[in-house]
Design a protein around this ligand. Structure first.
Ligand SMILES: Cc1cc2nc3c(=O)[nH]c(=O)nc-3n(C[C@H](O)[C@H](O)[C@H](O)COP(=O)(O)OP(=O)(O)OC[C@H]3O[C@@H](n4cnc5c(N)ncnc54)[C@H](O)[C@@H]3O)c2cc1C
Length: 383
């Protein structure tokens, strides 16, 4: 794929680059894709399958300005616009469409004050709904299918020469004299590399055992279901305040998709991250709770068929902000992780910024200085 696409940098001017990306989630695959647009063919090493973790099980909701006012604001705005471009640029269905977004109060028990739905309110909210309020300006929220987008990134990168290796990254090798990365240990063998990107989502914390100065990343488990309703539901995403049949208050999110399914997520747990991404199992009671949400707000969802029951882990950094940039102290080591609940939104801009940084030494598409991994070292905090 040719450069000349608004991105800074050109791999050729900096000599051949041997880049290995640890992790085939949206962050690793987007980085491989934008590197391929700069003429750098990276190797992505993935332990399970591409998009087998949260990048395949997330909701895919996108908001243009919900991160404004903080260090992630400019990244999110750029990424929001990239999603629209990618919907045609990748030449594959990414499940992209603009949506309308509502705040909804509802409960499992019928009764209470019924809303009279305004002319723009979702007509399918015909059950125990107490309040509906549009919460975003038209044109400022959208959605993608996270698994389709992540896979499309990887396939487009591969079409330009990137490689996908199935294996577990176990360490990073460093030349002690120059203090530079020389390779990545994968299942006991070393793949040579002069640049390595730690993009292992919640497992990125494993790299704190491999090198000093790598910021800690932990995992927060969350659940989701995918259901197929009995009637078609419009492009209307919901952020709900829901009281379930036991009286517990929860905040599930409901995202109808263009393929006719409806994604419902919520129900966080503080449980240890397992080593194997493919071994993550949902909690049965969380599945029931999420089904109760659908059945309580809409008759189309009350009779829905369940197509998937799943769980995955959000990658969370020490200050809950993404960690994007060079790891201090070792030449050639980079990190892109900790995107928490906005990794699908921010994946494209993160990949573009990382690609520029790797290929030319500076990210110019967006200012990522506030997200630099070195911020933790400056504060003397790594864990
Ligand atoms: C329920 C839920 C809903 C969400 N909804 C949204 C949403 O609507 N919008 C949004 O913007 N974000 C959403 N998110 C957040 C988003 O899913 C994440 O921020 C994003 O997917 C993180 O991507 P990642 O590439 O960093 O990590 P991951 O997707 O976790 O990918 C990391 C990859 O690294 C691999 N790996 C791990 N260890 C190794 C190793 N040692 N060697 C090789 N490979 C390894 C794993 O197998 C995995 O494939 C949601 C998250 C959850 C949990």
């Amino acid at each position: 794929m040719a450069a000349g696409n608004g991105m800074a940098g050109n791999g050729a001017s900096h000599g051949p680059q041997n880049v290995v990306i640890a992790g085939g989630g949206i962050i690793g695959c987007a980085t491989a894709y934008y590197l391929s647009k700069l003429g750098v063919a990276a190797t992505v090493v993935e332990k399970g399958e591409v998009a087998c973790a949260s990048s395949g099980k997330a909701g895919g909701f996108l908001a243009m300005d919900w991160c404004d006012g903080g260090p992630v604001g400019p990244l999110a705005r750029l990424s929001y616009s990239l999603h629209k471009t990618l919907a045609s640029e990748l030449g594959q269905d990414t499940g992209y469409r603009e949506v309308r977004t509502y705040s909804v109060a509802a409960s499992a028990k019928p009764g209470g004050r019924k809303v009279s739905l305004g002319k723009n309110s979702p007509k399918w909210l015909d059950k125990n709904v107490q309040r509906v309020k549009e919460m975003a300006e038209v044109g400022t929220t959208a959605q993608v299918h996270p698994q389709k987008l992540t896979t499309a990134f990887m396939e487009a990168a591969q079409a330009s020469g990137a490689k996908l290796v199935r294996g577990t990254v176990q360490g990073i090798t460093v030349d002690k004299d120059s203090n530079s990365v020389t390779g990545v240990t994968v299942d006991g063998a070393v793949i040579p590399a002069d640049k390595v990107v730690i993009a292992m989502g919640p497992w990125s914390g494993d790299a704190t055992k491999w090198l000093p100065n790598v910021p800690a990343i932990s995992g927060q488990k969350a659940h989701s279901i995918l259901v197929r309703p009995t009637q078609e539901i419009g492009a209307e995403c919901l952020f709900t305040q829901f009281q379930n049949s036991s009286g517990r208050h929860t905040d599930p999110e409901v995202y109808p998709r263009p393929d006719g399914t409806v994604y419902i997520c919520g129900e966080s747990d503080s449980v240890e991250l397992p080593d194997d991404p493919l071994s993550i199992k949902p909690r049965a009671s969380a599945m029931k709770s999420l089904q109760e949400v659908g059945a309580s707000i809409s008759s189309a969802l009350a009779g829905a068929t369940v197509e998937a029951e799943q769980a995955c882990y959000l990658p969370v950094s020490g200050d809950s902000m993404p960690v994007i940039g060079k790891v201090p102290g070792v030449q050639g080591c980079y990190m892109a992780s900790g995107h928490s609940c906005w990794g699908i939104l921010n994946g494209p801009a993160t990949g573009m910024a990382m690609a520029e940084l790797i290929a030319s030494g500076k990210a110019t598409c967006v200012d990522i200085s506030a997200l630099d991994p070195g911020r933790f070292a400056k504060r003397g905090i790594f864990r």
